[in-house]
Design a protein around this ligand. Structure first.
Ligand code: SF4
Length: 310
């Protein structure tokens, strides 16, 4: 019987491969395929922080659609998201978001964004930054940021919804609940962990390095369908669904490769899926030119199957 792959060992063994992959794909020249390109259009750190939060929370669907929605949203904010939120005025803000057909990104509507603006406005009153709000719920004794990310969203939900929004109705509204995932509830909560990667990892031309009080070693891999598939193919995830546990499993494996910065390969790994290098349904013909060819456990399975079927 073959010994089972132990993910941390596997992560450590893959480091040369991962470093080579990062050299190829962790490059600012590839930012055009990522919502970070829109966020990096803001020079002011306060604008960047708020823009990063909106960009991450709306990072579902295809990149072209996400970036078009972000450009629409920030246009409605006069390209000053920090001023729009810090000076939030319901009547004027709601009109901006609902005017001209209204903001919509797939199932997120103008009301969801307006309510989020109001909660952010209250949470960051008195010049508090998003980092201040997050750090208030951060416990350095915890091994990762799942608890802190949960408390961050709960801190937003604790802000006044009234008089313009009904708290009970908004917290039951599926599109609003989707917009602000609660990290501890068992899903991978990819969009929250993506936001944290962007603001916590140092500015390397891709990530933003906006926050200084939380070490990158605490970050969790933002696991979406692309990363889940790549993680499984690399033998870094054994779980069958893209859950919180799958994200922790993959992060633990990558921590063995890069203890101080386990999510540093996320951008490069994500490019593989987005650029179509590893299609969801693999055929051996596609494997030949694939970046993962030499290390892919799925390819071994596909080859064994092909040999068995003759
Ligand atoms: S080698 Fe094949 S199965 Fe593995 S990641 Fe590449 S295309 Fe997918």
């Amino acid at each position: 019987m073959k010994p089972r792959i132990r993910q941390p060992q596997r992560g450590a063994r893959l480091r040369p491969f991962l470093d080579a992959l990062a050299a190829r794909y962790h490059r600012a020249a590839l930012l055009g395929t990522d919502p970070l390109a829109v966020v990096r259009g803001f020079a002011d750190p306060d604008d960047r922080g708020f823009a990063a939060l909106f960009a991450a929370l709306l990072a579902y669907g295809n990149v072209k659609q996400i970036n078009a929605s972000l450009r629409d949203l920030f246009g409605r904010m006069d390209h000053e998201p920090a001023s729009f939120i810090r000076g939030w005025n319901y009547a004027a803000g709601f009109e901006r978001l609902t005017g001209g057909g209204g903001f919509r990104h797939r199932f997120t509507d103008a009301e969801d964004i307006a309510c989020l603006c109001q909660l952010l406005h209250h949470a960051t009153r008195g010049g508090r930054t998003l980092e201040d709000v997050f750090v208030a719920g951060y416990d350095p004794a915890e091994p990762d940021l799942v608890g802190a990310a949960t408390r961050f969203v709960e801190a937003l939900f604790a802000q006044p919804f009234t008089p313009h929004f009904d708290r009970t109705r908004m917290l039951a509204k599926s599109s609003f609940k989707h917009l602000l995932p609660v990290a501890a509830r068992g899903s991978a909560a990819k969009r929250i962990h993506l936001f944290l990667r962007w603001v916590i990892r140092p500015d390397d031309g891709i990530d933003l390095g906006l926050w200084r009080r939380i070490p990158p070693e605490k970050l969790l891999m933002p696991v979406d369908t692309h990363i889940f598939r790549v993680g499984r193919n690399l033998g870094l995830i054994r779980r069958k669904t893209a859950s919180l546990e799958a994200a922790r499993e993959m992060t633990a494996a990558l921590r063995a490769a890069r203890p101080e910065d386990p999510v540093c390969y996320d951008f490069a790994l994500c490019r593989l899926g987005i650029l179509g290098d590893c299609p969801p349904v693999s055929e051996l013909t596609r494997c030949r030119g694939c970046d993962l060819h030499d290390v892919c456990v799925r390819r071994h399975r596909l080859e064994s199957r092909a040999r068995r079927s003759g």
